[in-house]
Design a protein around this ligand. Structure first.
Ligand SMILES: Cc1cc2nc3c(=O)[nH]c(=O)nc-3n(C[C@H](O)[C@H](O)[C@H](O)COP(=O)(O)O)c2cc1C
Length: 119
């Protein structure tokens, strides 16, 4: 498993092993070439580089990270479509993924997205 470092546009290894089945047990997720897990780090709202009214409010934080997830997933769908790949946004095994990735309590697994070759 890797964490995506947007600043360096790099994948950084975090945990050894194949955790694709945590993405989704049904369908092709467990064998697809790529599974993306969307994780929010709530601690980062405390160090945001801009001031926004309500950014400390958990409901407003929620609106931000869900919109962010949708925007990123939409870009993944567009990239997949432009290269002839298939993509699928879905729920995942949040509890076990959280444990196996050794995430801090403020890091919450939200959803997953599978990318692969069309059936
Ligand atoms: C927040 C969210 C969660 C979703 N979770 C699932 C899911 O767990 N399983 C699933 O089959 N589709 C889920 N979907 C729907 C899929 O993204 C997709 O729209 C659906 O599988 C139909 O895809 P198709 O039109 O390519 O057949 C979810 C969509 C959203 C927005």
């Amino acid at each position: 498993m890797y964490v995506y470092d947007p600043a360096g546009h790099k994948l950084m290894p975090v945990v050894a092993g194949d955790l694709r089945a945590r993405s989704n047990r049904r369908g092709a997720a467990a064998t697809a070439p790529v599974n993306i897990f969307y994780v929010v780090d709530l601690a980062k709202y405390g160090s945001a580089p801009f001031q926004e009214p309500g950014l400390k409010d958990t409901e407003i934080q929620k609106s931000y990270f869900f919109v962010d997830t949708g925007l990123i997933a939409g870009n993944v769908y567009l990239f997949a479509a432009s290269t002839g790949l298939a993509a699928w946004f879905h729920n995942c095994d949040k509890e076990n993924t959280q444990k196996e990735l050794k995430l801090r309590p403020e890091q919450r697994v939200l959803f997953a997205q599978t990318v692969g070759h069309p059936a």
